[in-house]
Design a protein around this ligand. Structure first.
Ligand code: PEP
Ligand code: MN
Length: 334
């Protein structure tokens, strides 16, 4: 059930509806919009009777929800969600660039890359502190030491920090140091972790699982929203297919497909989406052309010596050139 308030409904009328929802033992999710407030209802076991609300002052409509989603949809919130971290934004008219190494390997490496990211005009720095690796013997990240390095980078370069939490224990550390929590492809259906980030004060950067349908991905976002965290950025990072010329098949059609259903911003990760250095810039250009709110890009000062994902990292000058190109495309389509 979704309650749409009239354009003239007062705050007190919205509060009355919220109270009525809570009194039934359900959870209310009020979403103020430009023209009206809508209130999503969750935690109801069966269908909710619209008669409870239909005659309350300020209520325009009580609409049963037939889709699998309640909160991520444009029905609840027709305006696009804009994530604001200080003065850095994702989802407005700008193009958000989230760039940095796959993993933080040393202070020197991270600072060399951050300097270039800052110079490019990007506002977000990414770097793995806890790395999910296919092999148990591969470099798994520097942990808290990496988080401390990124916190220094935030202060030095005024960049917002995006980093992955692999599990609930690591999440507490990530919350202490970062500005946005990345949930990786391998954890997109880790439902207890999704619920936990749903109770975080930080925005969530939710990568699509490598075998996830659009519906499963959006339902993962729904898990986070249902816990009360509405600050979510979706990230298309490629899915596994029979193609062997790329690491993953970057599903650029996911961008307009998400847009048709959801108010949440969508980012394209052209690095994991291709796995190959020479494909990153062309696919980044395409991601912007198809309407993404921004890009996630892996950059390294010495890709040949990178401890993870070196093959897909852009060199610093390649990265800075890529940013110029995608900004030009964004200016044309804006
Ligand atoms: C990453 O961003 O470095 C990463 C591990 O991404 P994904 O979860 O998309 O594989
Ligand atoms: Mn990586």
């Amino acid at each position: 059930m979704l309650i749409v308030m009239t354009a003239t409904a007062t705050d007190a009328e919205v509060a009355d509806v919220v109270r009525a929802i809570n009194a039934l033992g359900f959870r209310a999710h009020p979403m103020p919009g430009a023209t009206r407030t809508a209130i999503g209802i969750t935690e109801n076991a069966g269908a909710v009777d619209p008669a409870h609300f239909a005659n309350m002052p300020g209520v325009a409509e009580a609409i049963p929800v037939s889709k699998p989603y309640k909160l991520i949809t444009l029905d609840l919130r027709p305006e696009r969600t804009v994530i604001k971290i200080g003065d850095a934004t994702i989802g407005d008219d700008g193009l958000a660039i989230i760039a940095g190494p796959c993993a933080i390997e040393s202070r020197e490496q991270a600072f060399a890359i951050a300097e270039s990211v800052h110079r490019s005009g990007a506002r977000f720095f990414r770097g793995g502190a806890f790395k999910p690796r296919s092999s148990p013997y591969a470099f798994a990240g520097l942990g808290e030491e990496a988080l401390k390095i990124m916190a220094e980078i935030r202060d030095r370069f005024d960049l917002k920090i995006v980093t992955e939490a692999l599990d609930e224990a690591g999440l507490e550390l990530v919350e202490r140091y970062a500005d946005m929590i990345q949930i990786g492809a391998r954890n997109m259906q880790n439902f207890s972790l999704l619920r936990r980030v749903g109770r975080s004060r930080l925005p969530v950067f939710l990568k699509r699982g490598m075998a996830a349908t659009l519906e499963e991905w959006l339902l993962a976002a729904e898990y986070v929203m249902a816990e009360g965290n509405y600050q979510i950025v979706l990230c298309e990072r490629g899915v596994r297919t029979f193609a062997q010329h790329t690491r993953n098949t970057l599903d650029l059609a996911a961008v307009p497909a998400v847009r048709r259903i959801s108010h949440l911003p969508v980012i394209v990760d052209a690095s994991h989406g291709t796995g190959k250095n020479y494909m990153v810039t062309p696919l980044a250009r395409a991601g912007v052309a198809v309407g993404a709110d921004g890009l996630m890009i892996e950059v390294h000062n010495q890709p040949a010596h990178a401890l993870s994902d070196g093959g897909q990292a852009l060199e610093l000058d390649e990265y800075e050139q890529m940013v110029r190109e995608v900004r030009a495309i964004h200016d044309v389509i804006a």
